[in-house]
Design a protein around this ligand. Structure first.
Ligand code: FES
Ligand code: FES
Length: 156
């Protein structure tokens, strides 16, 4: 049975096994390798995508579960020509080292900042509880997120 869903704004169809994880289908079948395969067990957040606007880990989710849904991956939130604001802040603060956590963090923070455009540092820390970074250290990541709010203040 084929699975049809919207992927980064385009109608797509998957004809393989509907029990395949969404992460594997995205990476191997749709060639969207920005979604990272790190733990494969649902605890690191590297494979986060938005499903109907809500961040979900894609490694534990069978692709059959997204029938009719709206799926957005890191490729759908920004690109090299037009970075998402979180991506731009991460670049400005030189946050990324190996980069494996980066797409998942962008997916978490993009959603979080929609509802909380002026977060405190503690709120940003709480928002990132499901995203593990082994390289950079969270202080710089949080500095980058806080800069979005500060630069918005500066423009007023
Ligand atoms: S790869 Fe999915 S949560 Fe780690
Ligand atoms: S930059 Fe390497 S895990 Fe975060």
């Amino acid at each position: 049975m084929a699975v049809t869903f919207t992927l980064n704004g385009q109608q797509r169809r998957y004809s393989g096994d509907p029990r395949t994880s969404l992460m594997d289908a995205l990476r191997c079948d749709f060639r969207l390798t920005g979604t990272k395969d790190v733990c494969g067990e649902g605890f690191c957040g590297a494979c986060l995508v938005h499903i109907d606007g809500v961040p979900k880990v894609s490694c534990l989710l069978p692709i059959g579960a997204v029938e009719g849904a709206d799926v957005t991956t890191i490729e759908g939130v920004g690109d090299l020509g037009t970075l998402n604001p979180v991506q731009q802040a991460f670049e400005d603060f030189d946050v990324v080292q190996c980069g494996m956590c980066f797409p998942g963090m962008v997916m978490t923070l993009s959603h979080f900042l929609q509802d909380n455009p002026r977060p405190s540092r503690d709120e940003v820390k709480s928002a990132l509880v499901g995203n593990i970074c082994r390289c950079t250290g969270y202080e710089r990541i949080i500095d980058a997120v806080m800069s979005l709010h500060n630069s918005a203040e500066g423009r007023k």
